[in-house]
Design a protein around this ligand. Structure first.
Ligand SMILES: CC(C)(COP(=O)(O)OP(=O)(O)OC[C@H]1O[C@@H](n2cnc3c(N)ncnc32)[C@H](O)[C@@H]1OP(=O)(O)O)[C@@H](O)C(=O)NCCC(=O)NCCS
Length: 181
């Protein structure tokens, strides 16, 4: 594991971050395949999503590099049926100009710790193509492994897209029962 990136810290997101979060996500919606959303949500919609996740007890984090917004990450429900309640889906976005400076690692390590601390046992990352691409390699470095590929399951920018499912255990994973049983 690399040394912590100097000057990078992760903290809980707050209302004042939502313009920067919406702007970063809008670029990924417009240009990328990390999300299969087509129309960028505005700040009010991002506030609604952030608030809903927070109310439901999921962590939503922002990274700062030398005091400036550098990216964000959050966890949410993987699937809504009650039996999936110990599994979360993660999302992480780092400002383009700051890729490769350790911001994503700081965010994901903090998100993993926050989810484990809340008692979640598995984290899923649902990743756009390509297989073996930068996002897959990033998640491998954070302890995820590929557990499935859903061929042609997405459509964006006029292309059929393979979706890669990656997973890592949190805390005791599936080796002990949850505390609420
Ligand atoms: C994927 C993403 C979050 C990585 O963030 P980042 O800040 O650039 O990553 P870091 O610099 O913290 O790198 C962390 C590790 O991943 C590896 N990694 C990061 N980008 C990589 C790349 N393009 N190719 C190979 N490895 C990569 C690094 O080598 C590093 O390994 P180490 O810490 O063990 O030395 C960022 O590129 C991004 O926001 N991409 C667009 C959105 C996206 O794809 N999100 C994921 C799906 S929700």
């Amino acid at each position: 594991m690399a040394a912590p990136a100097p000057g990078v810290l992760a903290r809980d997101a707050h209302d004042g971050d939502l313009d920067a979060i919406a702007a970063l996500y809008a670029r990924e919606v417009r240009d990328g395949v990390a999300t299969y959303e087509y129309d960028a949500p505005d700040t009010d919609e991002m506030r609604r999503r952030w608030s809903a996740l927070r109310t439901a007890g999921y962590p939503y984090l922002v990274a700062e590099l030398d005091g400036r917004f550098a990216g964000y990450a959050y966890a949410g429900s993987f699937r809504s049926r009650i039996g999936y309640r110990f599994t979360v889906e993660s999302s992480v976005y780092v400002a383009h100009a700051l890729h490769g400076h350790g911001v994503g690692r700081v965010l994901m390590e903090a998100l993993i710790a926050a989810c484990a601390q809340r008692g979640f046992r598995q984290m899923m990352a649902v990743i756009g193509p390509p297989q073996g691409g930068p996002s897959v390699r990033f998640h491998e470095r954070l302890g995820f492994q590929t557990v499935g590929v859903l061929p042609g399951s997405g459509r964006k920018h006029g292309r059929w897209l393979d979706t890669i499912l990656m997973q890592r255990a949190l805390g005791d994973g599936a080796t002990t029962p949850p505390e609420d049983e």
